[in-house]
Design a protein around this ligand. Structure first.
Ligand SMILES: [Fe+2]
Ligand SMILES: [Fe+2]
Length: 382
């Protein structure tokens, strides 16, 4: 008889604890397959804001890719109505006719099962496999449940999960590291899509306080221009939006504050930057965005860090931010109209033009020019 494990959950987001529990259940009970079923709109979480099912399911699919005998199932998120465990089990019973179902739950959910929709039917449809959660005593709960229901319950050995999805959401909101709690692919997906990040409004509020009025309007302009360029060049618009918004987040710091941030946040400066402090705001801004604004997307951080200098081999998002900085609607200088046009036709050509302008503008003022500018010009002319 086929033995199917069912790992249900909101997975908001899926984390290492889920994966460890599923693996342990699979091995201990010799399950033929474990299905990760992303909850659509769990009744017991009614009214709470919850991330869209597609995004949660995507994270599940990423997390289990390459995992043996494990599949992601989108049955619940495809349903338009609330999804009840009882209905899902019934559905699976039909799909896998002669299979034995094993429902894998944390001790917290196990404690709550009697309050779920049709608990009796749930317990009749499957064997429940329980893994430990801090603060719960499933053996005690089992006694209570057994006094009222017929049920098959087994305990998954030596798995205690001390990580929770809500803890992860909070950490991301605070810009903290979650790499020890979720698979790398999930961490990247969260960062890339700005999931659980502080809302754009709170980022804008903070930025408005950090910048003068003119610099803030400029940042809004770069953000919208970068978003439009991202759309044109099929780069993630969300990344462009946030990198544009925060590219100058350190620009209005005083020189002393800037130096202090370099020290506090381990920003290394080259000789040229030490001699030309006006350039430092990019590198410092990258760290400020990361630490103070909670941005974890490495590509966004890199685009902020390189928006003044650029480098040979820079990526599309980095090019977009550098160019958007030069052409946002608040910029007025001879030739800007033409550069705006070029930017939407050929981003490399626009970048080359930006670099040529930087060189001629700074040489006219008798300023030193960073070697990156010449190298980029050579690179793009090839
Ligand atoms: Fe800047
Ligand atoms: Fe700027």
């Amino acid at each position: 008889m086929l033995k199917i494990g069912i790992m249900g959950g909101t997975f908001n987001p899926v984390h290492n604890g889920h994966l460890i529990a599923a693996k342990a259940a699979r091995d201990q009970f010799k399950l033929d397959k474990v299905l990760f079923i992303t909850g659509g709109n769990p009744p017991h979480k009614k009214g709470q804001p919850i991330l869209d099912g597609t995004a949660r399911h995507k994270m599940v699919s990423l997390a289990i890719a390459g995992e043996e005998k494990t599949e992601a199932c989108d049955y619940e998120i495809k349903k338009e109505t609330y999804s009840y465990t009882f209905e899902t089990l019934k559905h699976l019973k039909k799909e896998y006719k002669d299979a034995q179902l094993y429902f894998i739950v944390g001790a917290d959910s196990f404690h709550d099962i009697p309050t779920w929709y049709k608990p009796r039917a749930i317990m009749e449809l499957c064997t429940i496999l329980v893994y430990d959660r801090e603060g719960y005593n499933p053996k005690e709960d089992l006694k209570n449940i057994k006094s009222e229901y017929y049920c098959n319950v087994e305990f998954i050995k030596s798995v205690k999960v001390n990580v929770s999805s809500s803890q992860i959401r909070e950490l991301v909101g605070e810009g903290k590291d979650i790499s020890a709690l979720v698979p790398k692919v999930v961490e990247e997906y969260i960062a890339r899509n700005g999931i659980y990040r502080k809302s754009d409004e709170s980022i804008k509020k903070r930025l408005k306080k950090a910048l003068n009025g003119e610099r803030y309007s400029h940042s809004i302009g770069v953000s919208s221009t970068a978003t439009a360029l991202a759309k044109k060049y099929k780069v993630d618009e969300n990344q462009a939006y946030i990198a544009g918004l925060l590219h100058d987040c350190a620009k209005n710091l005083s020189k002393e504050q800037m130096m202090q941030k370099c020290e506090d946040y381990d920003v290394e400066l080259d000789e040229f930057e030490k001699a030309n402090p006006v350039l430092i705001h990019a590198k410092v801004g990258a760290r400020v965005a990361e630490i103070e604004y909670g941005i974890r997307d490495k590509e966004v951080i890199s685009a902020i860090g390189w928006h003044t200098l650029g480098y040979v081999g820079m990526g599309l998002l980095e090019k977009i931010i550098l160019v958007a900085d030069m052409i946002e609607p608040g910029r007025h200088y001879p030739g800007v109209e033409n550069l705006r046009k070029i930017a939407f036709e050929d981003i490399d050509k626009a970048l080359l033009e930006c670099m040529n302008q930087t060189v001629s503008f700074n040489s006219a003022k008798g300023r030193d020019i960073h070697p990156n500018a010449y190298e980029i010009i050579k690179w793009l002319n090839k």
